[in-house]
Design a protein around this ligand. Sequence first.
Ligand SMILES: [Zn+2]
Length: 123
Amino acid sequence: MDGEPRSLLVGLKRGLMRRCPACGGGRLFRGYLTVEDHCPACGHDNGQYPADDAPPYFTIFLVGHLVVAPLLAVAMIWRASTVLLLVLLVPLVAAVTLGMLPYVKGAVIGAQWSLRTPTKAAR
Ligand SMILES: [Zn+2]
């Protein structure tokens, strides 16, 4: 099983669904961002993938391009008071960022599974 080719799309899809990239059945996280060391369905060692800083990096990149940049195109943004913008937009951007983070972390782990990145033990 270990030598079989692994699809990047399958790994990304399963990770985005916060499922084990190896089987797609077991949950990947046991909390908000804590990775289950072993898949409850197939026993795959999901704790070996060192996602490190990639999930926050990609999440900030996505939020910046999908939320912040389009907001700058809204004319109201340039006329509203700074305090109003801070009160409205900081919680919005924080909520979107924190909401996306587990899905992006799942996708990163799914990509690492498909690419067979070096494990934490091998580093
Ligand atoms: Zn599994």
